[in-house]
Design a protein around this ligand. Structure first.
Ligand code: CO
Length: 261
């Protein structure tokens, strides 16, 4: 074990088809960028950790990972979450990390993907470049959404798409505001004839496969089709995009720069 360690913390996913391409790719990008650092992974979701442990693919919780690292002699710890916003999951992680700060000489935490306005612009650009549309086709993005006040990131990001000339992008959330019916109504009112549908989430897991692209009458695919729009589903998590992977690397570097003052 090296003295300096970077812990990449994700919510986690049990969907193996997307896990390596998204979370695994972000972890790899961090590992490539931080030569000389021990890079470890942790997942916050107890359900997902239980499922993975049952498949002999155990991933530790952040608490377990920190305690193991401290016991193995790590002195300086940089925690980089792969979360999208400073929401509930991020708050919980901060609490867990700062409670264990005393186990190390220095602890620093990186920011999630969508932290400041520059992040919003960079994510908007990366998404639009990765998901080109056809004429008369809207790009409908499903974010996660949350009852946490940071749900405000989603309408703010919608405004950024608009202001950068990406008016064909419509962003909603599955668990927050604006919701699916709201987004479909806006796409219809804007006169689009068809829609490309993709998750604005790190992984294309359960929400993307079911709430977004599933056959149930309340999936976003069904809502759009019900509004008369043919739908093209893109089951690709943000973590698959190199530009997004590099944003996490940048956020980790930013945290480290603050550390070295
Ligand atoms: Co969820």
């Amino acid at each position: 074990m090296k003295e300096k360690a970077l812990l990449a913390v994700s919510f986690g996913t049990s969907h193996e088809d997307t896990r390596q391409k998204t979370i695994g790719a972000v972890e790899q990008a961090l590992s490539d960028a931080f030569g000389g650092w021990q890079v470890e992974a942790a997942y916050t979701s107890p359900t997902i950790r239980r499922i993975l442990a049952g498949r002999r693919q155990a991933v530790p919780s952040p608490e377990e990972a920190m305690e193991a690292m401290a016991a193995q002699g790590v002195r300086r710890l940089l925690v980089q979450p792969t979360h999208l916003i400073c929401g509930e999951e991020y708050d919980k992680l901060c609490k867990a990390v700062w409670q264990r700060e005393g186990l190390f000489e220095r602890v620093q935490m990186g920011q999630p993907l969508l932290y400041d306005l520059e992040d919003y612009k960079a994510v908007a650009q990366a998404v639009c470049e990765a998901l080109p549309v056809e004429p008369e086709e809207a790009l409908v993005l499903m974010g996660h959404g949350t009852p946490h006040p940071m749900n405000a990131v989603y309408p703010a990001l919608q405004y950024v798409f608009q202001s950068l000339g990406m008016g064909h992008v419509f962003l909603g959330t599955v668990e927050g505001w604006p919701d699916g019916p709201d987004v479909v109504a806006r796409v219809q009112a804007a006169g689009y004839r068809k829609a490309a549908l993709a998750p604005l989430m790190l992984v294309a897991g359960d929400h993307a496969k079911n709430d977004m692209a599933g056959p149930e009458p309340d999936s976003w695919k069904s809502l759009l089709e019900g509004a008369g729009l043919p739908v093209r589903c893109i089951l690709q998590g943000l973590g698959e995009l190199e530009a997004i992977q590099q944003m996490y690397v940048e956020h980790a570097r930013r945290a480290l720069a603050a550390w070295q003052d």
